[in-house]
Design a protein. Structure first.
Length: 141
């Protein structure tokens, strides 16, 4: 059995799938005093991402909006409605994490990491291999 050669460094963000980020933006920023730090388009994921942080700037809430009807976020919203989409964990080596999880028969969305927001390398643990939770693994580049 393969030995785990990577570490979970932190919770990076919690992602919320939605079709109009202005509503959550109003609640989180205008009413609760959090801070928008960035907005970006991630074309290969077919989404726009708004990152909102508390004062310590350590963990984000990502507001994820589909930009295309074929986006997985759009399909998620159509199936389950707007709401919590995934929890992201920062790892020190995404390739080691992928190799290890595959050796343990954990189903991943991407066997080869893709570029996500902030140019991070990402993959996801499929909800079939967790208690129904989509878990993103990300590595800063």
């Amino acid at each position: 059995m393969k030995i785990r050669k990577f570490k979970i460094l932190s919770i990076d963000h919690v992602a919320v799938a939605n079709t109009d980020s202005r509503i959550l933006n109003t609640l989180l920023v205008d009413l609760l005093g959090m801070h928008v730090t960035s907005k970006e388009s991630v074309p290969n994921q077919k989404v726009n991402v708004t990152k909102i942080y508390a004062e310590d700037l350590k963990t984000a809430i990502e507001l994820v909006e589909p930009t295309d009807s074929l986006s997985t976020i759009q399909k998620f919203i159509e199936k389950k409605g707007a709401g919590l989409h995934h929890v992201a964990l920062t790892v020190d080596s995404i390739n080691e994490a992928i190799d290890y999880l595959k050796s343990r028969d954990i189903q991943l969305i991407y066997d080869i990491p893709k570029k996500g927001s902030d140019n991070k390398l990402i993959t996801f643990i499929h909800p079939i291999s967790s208690p129904g939770i989509l878990i993103e693994l990300c590595q800063r580049t």
